[in-house]
Design a binder for this molecule. Structure first.
Ligand code: ATP
Length: 239
């Protein structure tokens, strides 16, 4: 279980962006984190993966627990080693490296596991296998997104944090992203899915959280969030 308890995060020593957020991602599940731009979703993911520091952010209250152990304050590489890996918004890949070089950069593991993880990623993304010797900068936007997800999977994470994987993709590709998240989860990886596309995220998640200005304002089973017209209209913009 990955758990956030009453977390408060401040940027630049003054700007309070998370105001006491609590959230639970049970092992084996898909959990959706929804909310408008600027609500604090990316900040929460940064807190989970140890990336606040590089953005001049700091946890000022509360805790992040992985299987009951505090992990806030650990460095990003230590958190990856404990099994939590993040796919950042905007497909941060190394454009000048080949597809396979990008995947190897994500590995952090011994050679034998590296080969296994590479097989798993190529199994999930046959297209990346076809293009493995190509320079990544020439891939399409959707392919670069796949590569970013593939790279995060190369560390063999137990928990995958996905920041808006469908952002900027053609509608026809959004369904592929959904199927992919389901398959990754089916293979045993727990997923925290940050999405603007609420219907897509809630259609595959067990539970959904909605954030607004640094707070969780809704915390319900995904099916209930989808079934409630008021919630759809006021919190998810689906009226
Ligand atoms: P988006 O979908 O636009 O990424 P979000 O819900 O992920 O939105 P965050 O990116 O976490 O929201 O941003 C929450 C607030 O924190 C915003 O007001 C944003 O301007 C501010 N913020 C984010 N990063 C920093 C930073 N490095 N320094 C100062 N303020 C920041």
């Amino acid at each position: 279980m990955l758990e956030v308890r009453n977390l408060e995060v401040v940027y630049d020593d003054v700007m309070l962006v998370l105001r006491g957020v609590s959230l639970r991602v049970p092992a084996g599940s898909i959990v959706a984190l929804l909310g408008a731009n600027g609500a604090g979703k990316t900040t929460l993911l940064r807190a989970l993966s140890g990336l606040l520091d590089v953005h001049d952010g700091e946890v000022t209250k509360g805790s992040v627990l992985l299987d009951g152990e505090p992990v806030h304050g650990l460095r990003p590489a230590q958190i990856v080693r404990r099994g939590v890996s993040q796919v950042m918004e905007g497909r941060r890949i190394f454009a000048e490296l080949t597809v396979e070089e990008n995947l190897r950069v994500g590995a952090h593991t011994a050679a034998r596991t590296l080969a296994e993880n590479l097989d798993r990623v190529y199994g999930l993304f046959p297209l990346l296998k076809q293009r493995r010797a190509n320079v990544s900068g020439y891939l399409s936007g959707g392919e670069q997104q796949m590569l970013a997800v593939g790279r995060a999977l190369m560390s063999g994470p137990r928990y995958l944090l996905l920041d808006e994987p469908s952002l900027g993709l053609a509608p026809s590709l959004v369904g592929q992203v959904r199927d992919l998240v389901v398959e990754i989860n089916r293979q045993g990886t727990t997923v925290l899915l940050v999405e603007q596309n609420a219907p897509m995220a809630l259609s595959i998640a067990a539970h959904g959280y909605v954030m607004e200005t640094g707070k969780i304002v809704m915390d319900r089973p995904a099916a209930e969030l989808l079934a409630d017209d008021d919630i759809k209209e006021f919190y998810l913009g689906l009226g």
